[in-house]
Design a protein around this ligand. Structure first.
Ligand SMILES: Nc1ncnc2c1ncn2[C@@H]1O[C@H](COP(=O)(O)OP(=O)(O)OP(=O)(O)O)[C@@H](O)[C@H]1O
Length: 207
């Protein structure tokens, strides 16, 4: 089980532009941190770097388990879930086919997929093709997939954006349970999350 993510002296460059440098961040089991900053500051880029999809210009990102350092590729493959702006859902499958397939693929069970669908009020929508869902419904399906999969580190890129007030509250409860179970959350946000978090300013002077 992943217990700690350590980011040390990180710098990220896109094209010719240095987005930030000298970023240090430690995230331990049970903790949530939010990345805040203007549009284009580099919040998404940082999440992608933690997920291993973007190579930092400088610095290190390392992962520790209960018994010490973990190999980074294995830690990412087995313990991390990135939810980006694009929900990453296949549009021609039904909501249930997609939720079931992806939950099983990431180590969950049919029961956990069904429970997550209920949690995000998706039961009436499960027979619909993904392309027929609204933006908020698609996000709820992506969040159900997240909740149904046993992954310790949630990397969330503006997860609340298309959700209505009721669904934001429901997702807040799911996040709180994830943290209480030893999970970790690193999220890019423009609006606060409904859980206790630490704020990390991205792209400020000195970074
Ligand atoms: N492939 C790329 N090549 C060059 N520049 C890129 C590339 N991808 C992103 N960028 C630039 O990197 C910068 C940071 O983008 P990023 O998506 O990380 O910002 P962000 O803080 O998440 O912004 P927002 O709040 O708008 O979502 C932006 O200026 C963007 O144009």
């Amino acid at each position: 089980m992943l217990r700690v993510v350590l980011i040390k002296d990180l710098a990220i460059t896109r094209g010719e532009r240095r987005l930030f440098s000298g970023l240090d961040l430690t995230l331990a089991a049970g903790e949530a941190a939010v990345l805040v900053g203007r549009n284009g500051a580099g919040k998404t880029s940082l999440l992608r770097a933690v997920a291993g999809l973007l190579r930092p210009a400088e610095g290190t990102i390392t992962f520790d388990g209960a018994s010490g350092p973990m190999e980074a590729d294995a830690a990412r493959a087995e313990h991390l879930h990135l939810l980006g702006h694009q929900d990453g859902l296949k549009s021609s499958r039904t909501a249930w086919e997609e939720l079931r397939f992806q939950t099983l693929w990431t180590g969950g069970t049919e029961e956990s997929a069904r429970a997550a669908a209920k949690r995000f009020d998706l039961l009436r929508l499960l027979d619909l093709e993904v392309r027929r869902l609204s933006a908020g419904q698609r996000r709820r399906l992506a969040l159900a997939r997240l909740a149904a999969s046993p992954r310790a580190l949630w990397l969330l890129d503006e997860p609340m954006a298309p959700l209505d007030a009721g669904q934001r509250a429901a997702f807040g409860e799911v996040m709180a349970e994830h943290l209480a179970g030893g999970g970790m959350i690193l999220a890019s946000v423009h609006d606060p999350l409904p859980i206790p978090t630490r704020s990390i300013a991205i792209g400020e002077i000195g970074q």
